[in-house]
Design a protein around this ligand. Structure first.
Ligand code: SAH
Length: 370
């Protein structure tokens, strides 16, 4: 089982359905026992063998001898005045990660993390200042959804998680295999059964992995953090651009097999005096002309770790109007949960404004992103 380290039993929560069935067989049990147990963990959010009431005690004991059920611990829930909730989890080895539940009318979007910290080093992002500690395994990625569902069931039983965005801590495509496995787990009908059309993976632009993603059978919506309209600015605010520049990124996206009526979303963090001039809007509109896309403008969400400012409301509006005037479909993303440090780019394990985990003193040298 690739999800386990050699010295421990596999985590049922990190296995795909096929793997759970194979595990049952390897324990001398029929395949369907693997499926039953998998449904309990991934469909019903079970956290112990005892809950699996349709499996006899003897079979449960055999399963328990060959596998474990990992869970994240919900360490804290912070509540925004706008209804957003920030969930902080601890992993089995003691690391903190965050996930955000964002209600929007009948919809509820969960923003999940894919790594403990991040290696990409975008200059405006608080998570970048944590550096990368490790990848989350597929079960840890999926379990954020199971724990959030349990919280909603207890607090707001009429609400369901309708949409999922991989926009929390980490660069999803840097943890490609585990993210893909989590997508297979979360879209399975025997689990929570989320439609891939309601899942969005956001990337800072790891070009070779984008190409790989285009060839997968499970293909979520795609969001790309563009954030600049030329390489000079993008090199400065997103060092990943020095490896894969805008030209390479757009070329990969042009050949990405988008399904009928789907568009790529470009995120554009608006930073005062850096990328918010009308000339930048014009350059952006020109760059994306003819692209099946839309642009989400995200006015910079403040945090103490970066030397930027959010543009004034007038400057934000002028930028958006210029994009629209030039024919670029543009939407303004209202900050959600910014009073609890839960908005885009603010996730850094803060509670009441205090950092719970110290930031790295010096920026870590980012591992080579391949
Ligand atoms: N690493 C992935 C997933 C994170 S998504 C990616 O880069 O796409 C987080 C989004 O928030 C990205 O679009 C990023 O550009 C944006 N962002 C980061 N810091 C921000 C900040 N302080 N204010 C507003 N948006 C920010």
């Amino acid at each position: 089982m690739s999800a386990a380290t050699p010295d421990e039993t596999p985590d049922l929560r990190a296995l795909t359905l096929d793997e759970a069935q194979a595990l049952a067989v390897s324990l001398g049990l029929p395949r369907f026992r693997g499926e039953q147990a998998w449904r309990w963990v991934h469909g019903k959010g079970a956290t112990s063998w005892d809950e699996m009431t349709n499996i006899g005690a003897d079979v449960r004991a055999r399963l328990a001898a060959g596998a474990r059920i990992g869970t994240l611990t919900l360490a804290e829930v912070q509540r925004s005045r706008d209804g957003t909730k920030k969930l902080r989890f601890t992993t089995r080895d003691g690391y903190s990660i965050e996930s955000v539940l964002i209600p929007d009318g009948d919809k509820t979007t969960q923003c999940i993390s894919s790594q403990v910290g991040c290696a990409v080093d975008c200059q405006f992002c608080a998570t970048a200042k944590l550096g990368l500690t490790r990848n989350l395994d597929p079960g840890e990625i999926a379990d954020q959804v199971y724990r959030a569902r349990a919280l909603l069931a207890a607090e707001e039983p009429d609400r369901r998680i309708t949409n999922l965005v991989y926009m929390g801590m980490g660069e999803p495509l840097h943890n490609y295999d585990n993210v893909m496995r989590s997508l297979r787990i979360l879209t399975s009908d025997l689990g929570v059964g989320l439609s891939q059309r309601r899942i969005t993976v956001s990337t800072a632009g790891m070009v070779p992995r984008l190409e790989k993603l285009g060839a997968e059978d499970v293909r979520p919506n795609l969001a790309v953090s563009l954030n600049a309209s030329n390489d000079r600015v993008r090199d400065e605010i997103m060092p990943i651009n020095r490896k894969w520049n805008i030209g390479k990124l757009l070329a990969a996206l042009r050949s990405y097999p988008l399904e009928h009526r789907r568009r790529v979303t470009f995120e554009y963090v608006l930073l005062a005096g850096v990328n918010d001039a009308l000339a930048d809007a014009a350059e952006l509109a020109k760059l994306l002309r003819g692209f099946r896309c839309k642009v989400n403008i995200i006015p910079w969400n403040p945090h103490p770790e970066a030397p930027y400012e959010r543009p004034s409301p007038g400057a934000i509006e002028a930028f958006q109007n210029e994009c629209k005037r030039l024919g670029l479909p543009t939407y303004l993303r209202t900050p959600r949960g910014d009073d609890i440090d839960a908005a885009c780019g603010q996730l850094a394990n803060r509670s009441n404004g205090e950092l719970l985990v110290p930031l790295r003193k010096r920026p870590v040298k980012a591992p080579a992103l391949d």
